[in-house]
Design a protein around this ligand. Structure first.
Ligand code: PLP
Length: 358
């Protein structure tokens, strides 16, 4: 049995929260889970009041980037039961990121117990509004205090949670990025590691200045093949099939992406995972065969793409309300989370309720 010590906050910030108006990533609940990796084992598992960490100025993660994270959500079924969505896939991906970054794995039982206990304690922070959820951020970073590029011997694993509203309330506009790249073969593109996001900031900021929401990353060799978008995987609906880029070690293996592929296959819709060139997309568009483009991710769920630009070329969808595949998928995933859609896949995991905390 996993033992987690719980120290409750002396007061709650919950009454300060306006559930109808939650900014993404700025509001966090009263508590967090923390554990330390020392001498080859995870110890000191505890839930404590949310607060600052004391960090050495020579912390290895700050200098050399051994830092990984996950993003997942808890929601409430219509009967009020808090549920998680495929949490086991998140611990598997966290550990895959850990392997790439020479960090220790977090045992599945510790990860699950931490998430269940924390979400159970913070259940009142889960919003009821459609498209809203409790965002869960598990993360791990090196804690050795010394300089020199090396593998840290100690780490911290922390989970914080906070309510979020819809990530992209509006359809998004994308720009194919033809100067900068996110990931190259053999690199760390498949790992959910902090540096990947740092490297995305400059191109994303330049694109935002030009009025785009995000850049579309292309392959680093030829700038020809589509990879993914900021924090989403990409899908294209052609006449009679849906296509999405193969991950090939350079693209994050999105859990929403996996769900979408499984949902589409269950509906006998052809899905192809393969290399997709910009030429193919723009040619399909010219022939009138490109019906929809959408992004998928935990934060955004399914985001309709209204505009997709590549140099001088532009694809514009005037009315994304007609995008049956994207909108249908969003309804199914949100419906599964809310309990209005039957969980025939077995993806929904009710949060275990604790009567008393030690
Ligand atoms: C770079 C990147 N691609 C894709 C995704 C979508 O993955 P998921 O569906 O697991 O949230 C994310 C979000 O985690 C991401 O950060």
């Amino acid at each position: 049995m996993i033992k987690i010590n719980v120290t409750k906050a002396s007061s709650s910030k919950l009454s300060d929260l306006d559930f109808a108006n939650i900014p993404f990533g700025k509001v966090f609940s009263d508590h967090m889970f923390t554990a330390d990796y020392i001498d080859g084992a995870w110890t000191d598992l505890k839930i404590i009041p949310f607060g600052d960490l004391g960090i050495s100025p020579v912390n290895l993660a700050i200098h050399y980037g051994q830092s990984i994270f996950e993003g997942m959500k808890a929601s409430k079924m219509n009967d009020g039961t808090p549920v998680l969505f495929r949490p086991e896939l998140h611990v598997e991906r966290l550990n895959a990121s850990a392997d790439r970054m020479m960090m220790p794995n977090i045992p599945k039982e510790i990860f699950m117990e931490a998430i269940h206990r924390l979400v159970d304690l913070e259940r009142d922070w889960i919003p009821n509004e459609p498209g809203s959820a409790l965002y869960i951020r598990p993360f791990m970073f090196a804690t050795d205090a010394r300089l020199g590029v090396q593998v840290s011997e100690t780490y911290k694993f922390i989970v914080v949670v906070g309510p979020v509203g819809p990530y992209y309330p509006k359809p998004i506009s994308l720009l194919a990025e033809t100067q900068y790249t996110r990931a190259a073969t053999g690199g760390v593109g498949e790992a959910k590691t902090a540096g990947n996001y740092a490297a995305s900031l400059l191109p994303a900021t330049l694109a935002k200045k030009r009025g785009y929401d995000q850049v579309v990353w292309l392959d680093s060799k030829e700038f020809k093949y589509v990879q993914e978008v900021g924090t989403m995987n990409l899908f294209f609906v052609l006449k009679d099939k849906v296509i999405t880029p193969t991950t090939e070690g350079t693209i994050l293996k999105g859990i929403t992406r996996k769900c979408i592929i499984e949902i589409l296959k269950s509906k006998n819709i052809t899905v192809e995972e393969r290399r997709i060139s910009l030429d193919e997309i723009f040619e399909a568009h010219e022939k009138g065969e490109l019906l929809e483009i959408f992004g998928s991710g935990t934060a955004a769920v399914v985001a309709n793409v209204a505009k997709f630009d590549w140099n001088e070329k532009s694809i514009v969808f005037e009315d994304v309300k007609t995008h049956k595949i994207a909108n249908g998928l969003r309804d199914i995933i949100n419906g599964l989370r809310a309990g209005t859609e039957e969980d025939s896949f077995g993806w929904i995991e009710p949060v275990r309720s604790q009567v008393s905390a030690s």
